[in-house]
Design a protein around this ligand. Structure first.
Ligand SMILES: NC(=O)c1ccc[n+]([C@@H]2O[C@H](COP(=O)([O-])OP(=O)(O)OC[C@H]3O[C@@H](n4cnc5c(N)ncnc54)[C@H](OP(=O)(O)O)[C@@H]3O)[C@@H](O)[C@H]2O)c1
Length: 243
């Protein structure tokens, strides 16, 4: 399994085939890293074991992913602006304020509307050394990617934003015999490793998708594909194998 040199998990224009680690040398395969190639860093939860997961939000995504991760044996705390205790009880979790949940967690799932992120992260306080999983999309399509609006000292990983909440409730999410693939964008190897574990815990396959500078592409993909779905088109059918 090829291991990318430090800081080179993402293909950039102009990189050579050898430099990108891309065995097919094609710009259609833009990533220099492969599943399982993430180096483990000092991030405490990245050992593939039980994680302490804080969930910001009590809506559909919090419920769907929280249910999967509780089932996988992780320890959860939930915070939200209204009645986090109800979801916490359903998940066998504890409930806390934003700040208590931030302090408790190794990994935090940000499952609030894009417009609420600034307010929620300000309330949460320091997240240094923790992993922040950003599953948000911006329905208003302001043109400024949500990822670029997140100010935090956490290691951010963009993930889980492409599939509908009902897909995250599937056990497992498999379509025509193929497990759902979940692209991850982030810069910290330990954080990516932890989120890869959480993807596997829902029965899906993590797909390294480059650094956080590519997170906006995931948001744009979500906007584009969701638009097609709502127009009644088969969004899956537009993506063909390379050859
Ligand atoms: N639904 C999907 O299919 C889907 C799929 C992928 C990604 N996403 C993204 O995931 C995120 C969560 O989506 P969701 O479907 O779980 O939404 P949701 O069911 O509407 O839940 C949103 C949560 O955020 C809270 N919230 C709303 N405004 C807030 C504010 N100003 N301050 C603090 N908390 C606030 C809500 O609290 P209240 O209960 O008090 O309103 C609720 O707990 C969104 O960014 C969405 O784009 C959704």
């Amino acid at each position: 399994m090829p291991t990318p040199p430090p800081g080179s998990t993402c293909w950039r224009p102009g990189r050579t085939r050898a430099a990108s680690g891309n065995p097919r040398g094609s710009p259609w395969l833009p990533f220099g890293s492969f599943p399982g190639s993430y180096r483990r860093s000092g991030t405490s939860q990245a050992q593939g074991g039980r994680m302490r997961i804080g969930i910001f939000g009590t809506g559909g995504m919090a419920d769907a992913l929280g249910t999967q991760w509780a089932r996988a044996g992780h320890e959860l705390m939930v915070s939200g602006r209204s009645d986090p205790a109800a979801l916490a009880a359903r998940l066998g979790a504890s409930a806390g304020t934003w700040r208590e949940t931030a302090a408790f967690a190794d990994v935090v799932l940000l499952a609030v509307p894009a417009a609420a992120i600034g307010e929620v992260l300000a309330e949460a306080g320091p997240l240094a050394g923790k992993v922040l999983v950003d599953c948000t999309n911006d329905p208003d399509l302001t043109g400024t990617p949500v990822a670029s609006r997140i100010t935090t000292d956490a290691h951010v990983v963009k993930a889980f934003n492409l599939a509908h909440v009902d897909v995250w409730r599937m056990t497992p999410p498999v379509f025509d015999g193929r497990p759902l693939s979940v692209p991850l964008c982030g810069d910290d190897p330990g954080a990516l490793d932890a989120v890869s574990t959480l993807v596997r815990d829902v029965g899906a396959k993590p797909v390294p998708a480059g650094g956080l500078d590519r997170a906006a592409l995931l948001e744009a993909t979500a906007a584009f594909v969701i638009g097609l779905w709502f127009a009644g088109e088969d969004a899956q059918a537009i993506l063909t194998p390379v050859g």
